[in-house]
Design a protein. Structure first.
Length: 197
């Protein structure tokens, strides 16, 4: 058992939804990620910091040298997505980041899209962001061409607060910055605290 102080960053917990298990990312996931991730349909709307063509050790480098250290530092929280019906099958990744104007990112294998699973995962990690981490606002930049991701933001109560351009794996594209505040999220879920008498 490890000791933690009251100021320690919250550990990334296992989460679940009706159909998904969200397991904290670990080093053992790197081999599977290396096989699944390098697909144009997955990477084209990701930030240009993602190397493309994807190197043979790209997943190992990402998990070992970027994601896990950030998770230990309490600046990122990353999960693999697995269907409850197939708990040994990794189908995507979702993460939260304490970066200005870039607090959440995700990808899902193309064959699992269109079933509402990422919306479930988004709801679970957004609850963690607001209720456990007590963050006041969640902001996510998205390529305007990324219609599926934009639909998830619409369905989960986010709104566009700014537009511009950003460099993606597929090039420089028009983008939107989406936002939801903690109060908006709680009101949408019916969990806002009633006013004091």
């Amino acid at each position: 058992m490890t000791e933690t102080s009251e100021t320690a960053a919250p550990v990334t917990p296992a989460l679940e939804t009706e159909r998904l298990l969200l397991r904290p990312l670990e080093l053992a996931d790197a081999d599977v990620l290396q096989k699944l991730f390098p697909q144009w349909e997955i990477v084209r709307y990701l930030g240009s910091h993602v190397p493309w063509p994807y190197p043979h050790d790209g997943a190992l480098f990402y998990v070992r040298d970027i994601a896990l250290p950030a998770m230990r530092a309490g600046t990122e929280w990353n999960w693999t997505l697995r269907p409850k019906s197939e708990p040994g099958t990794l189908i995507g990744v979702i993460g939260l980041m304490s970066q200005p104007d870039n607090n959440r990112g995700f990808w899902l294998l193309p064959e699992w899209r269109g079933r509402g699973m990422m919306s479930e995962a988004v709801e679970a990690v957004t609850e963690f962001w607001f209720e456990t981490l007590k963050q006041p606002v969640l902001r996510v930049p998205k390529a305007i061409a990324n219609k599926g991701s934009r639909r998830i933001s619409e369905r989960t109560g986010m709104r566009v607060i700014a537009t511009g351009e950003k460099d993606y794996v597929s090039g420089r594209l028009p983008m939107e910055l989406w936002e939801i505040t903690r109060e908006e999220w709680q009101a949408r879920r019916g969990t806002a605290n009633p006013p004091a008498p």
